[in-house]
Design a protein around this ligand. Structure first.
Ligand code: SF4
Length: 373
């Protein structure tokens, strides 16, 4: 299908109210849109935020071959991520059980990511560039979530996810802080959970979006800032906010009514990891305000890697692979979808988790570990 223009948008009051996005992560030139998605209020909002973008109609948000096939060419990936968005209507709206970080995985309101962490599993799903797809039927998704929460009723007993609330992960397939720049889907989710006293939204992020401070989460959205030693992040976390900036933002998010947790993730085992994690834990203790420390909890997630991603990364970022691909410490595990994942051997992982827990006890004793995995 060919490009279409969007002239009528600028007669549209709703669209005119949008401020065009100008950001290095998102210099959007082309929006690949299912017609129904482009015509919807949420779709029109996204188009209005990127008024210079050409709109290309597509039959399905999954089938945009022009966005695929750039494995191994990171310059091309990053260009594709920066210059493209996809608009689609989510067909199957379902909540899945989880139980680890969250009780439930909410239906995604977006997928893909404008950042490019070397270990990220998200790009494997939709071609390696994997630009952001926004689902425009947000009202159906929030209505589904309200029904799901109502049906559950109050949480009967505390668990590792939360002492009192059912926790719904709203950002499994991307980074909500960046998604919030593209559309109001995240704002709508935050507003939805603000009205649900038995539930909480939760998402992990590596990017600081201070626009989120203007929302009113009323304690019902948990932001999990991912942190790792800066040496690792500079090697692996491509296009993200610096770790020090994520830590520095935590107090502001608590003051704005978010719950702020920390993801100590991924933990990459390499020479000197214990000293660098010690320094990071000390930094957290020094920088975070008492109010932030009092409500904080952490997930510890050891690195999981993947053979196919390893092959791709070797083509553009071999230094990252020197840290991520450690056959001497790792063992393969075939996942449910047939991918060959690798993770640290059970004995290696057990010892590393125990060591990191001991470092937390020593240098950040205020930090409860919700789970280590
Ligand atoms: S920020 Fe998250 S979703 Fe985005 S590339 Fe990094 S790990 Fe993947």
């Amino acid at each position: 299908m060919g490009p279409v223009t969007q002239p009528s948008l600028f007669d549209d009051l709703e669209a005119a109210a949008e401020t065009p996005v100008q950001h290095p992560l998102l210099d959007v030139r082309r929006i690949w849109a299912e017609p129904a998605a482009a015509a919807s209020p949420r779709g029109r909002q996204v188009l209005a935020r990127f008024p210079a973008a050409e709109v290309v109609e597509v039959a399905s948000h999954w089938a945009v071959p022009e966005l695929h096939g750039n494995a191994g060419n990171v310059d091309r990936w990053v260009r594709v991520k920066t210059e493209n968005l996809v608009l689609g209507v989510k067909k199957s709206i379902a909540t899945r059980e989880n139980g680890r970080s969250a009780n439930w995985i909410a239906p995604s309101t977006a997928n893909g990511c404008a950042m490019a962490c070397a270990y990220c599993y998200v790009p494997r799903r939709k071609g390696y560039a994997n630009p952001i797809t926004v689902f425009t039927n947000i009202d159906q998704i929030t209505a589904h979530l309200r029904r799901h929460v109502a049906k559950l009723g109050p949480k009967p007993e505390p668990d590792q996810c939360d002492p009192a609330a059912w926790v719904y992960d709203i950002g499994e397939n991307g980074d909500c802080s960046v998604d919030a720049v593209v559309s109001d889907n995240v704002a709508d989710l935050v507003a939805t959970f603000a009205e649900l006293p038995t539930a909480k939204a939760s998402f992990a992020t590596k990017w600081v979006n201070r626009q989120l401070l203007e929302l009113d989460p009323r304690g019902r959205t948990r932001i999990r800032f991912s942190v790792m030693p800066d040496t690792d992040a500079r090697l692996l976390d491509i296009r993200t906010s610096r770790v020090a900036d994520r830590i520095a933002a935590a107090d502001d998010f608590v003051a704005a009514g978010y719950e702020v947790h920390l993801n100590l993730s991924p933990v990459v085992l390499r020479e000197g990891w214990e000293a660098d994690w010690t320094a990071l834990l000390q930094q957290l203790s020094d920088v975070l305000a008492p109010a932030t420390r009092d409500q904080a909890a952490a997930e510890v997630i050891m690195l999981t890697h993947n053979e196919a991603l390893h092959e791709v990364n070797l083509g553009w970022h071999p230094q990252a692979e020197a840290a991520l691909w450690r056959p001497d410490l790792q063992e393969p595990k075939v996942s449910q979808n047939g991918q060959v994942n690798v993770r640290y051997r059970v004995d290696v992982k057990r010892a590393a988790v125990a060591r990191l827990r001991a470092l937390i006890d020593q240098h950040a004793p205020w930090l409860t570990v919700r789970y280590a995995f």
